[in-house]
Design a protein around this ligand. Structure first.
Ligand code: 2BA
Length: 107
């Protein structure tokens, strides 16, 4: 058994969880915050059989979109006085970890 930990954009969360559910995957949704942008995102926990991992990843991929976001260039990041005030970063689609599950119990 595997556990997919998927960090996705808040704006994609409903669409991803609906599509997962429609495809027969259970998921738990956590409200999380990215350590870099300090902006809200959503982390999904999806427990599933190893053989189903590719299918679940495809569903997540289909419904997660990357976005360009402007962030303030702090002096710590760009000490140059002529540096732009904002810097563009590309966020997502989804950041995925697939980990082994040692035991799965439901009481
Ligand atoms: P944040 O940490 O808020 O990062 C948002 C976006 O900012 C990242 O998008 C990346 O484009 C950029 N970024 C992050 N750290 C940076 C740095 N030190 N310098 C320059 N740019 C940086 P994504 O890579 O798509 O990540 C989206 C969210 O996924 C992250 O939000 C974080 O919550 C999570 N994440 C990404 N990589 C992770 C990792 N290795 N471990 C745990 N969580 C991760």
């Amino acid at each position: 058994m595997k556990l997919i930990i998927a960090i996705i954009n808040r704006d994609d969360a409903n669409s991803v969880t609906r599509a997962l559910s429609k495809s027969g995957f259970s998921s738990t949704r956590l409200s999380t915050t990215g350590g870099f942008l300090m902006a809200g995102n959503v982390t999904l926990l999806i427990g599933l059989e190893e053989s189903k991992v590719p299918q679940a990843l495809e569903v997540i991929r289909e419904h997660s979109h990357s976005r360009k976001q402007m962030i303030p260039a702090t002096t710590a990041v760009t000490p140059n006085a002529y540096a732009p005030a904002n810097v563009e970063v590309t966020v997502g689609g989804a950041t995925i970890f697939v980990v082994d599950v040692e035991q799965f119990q439901r009481f």
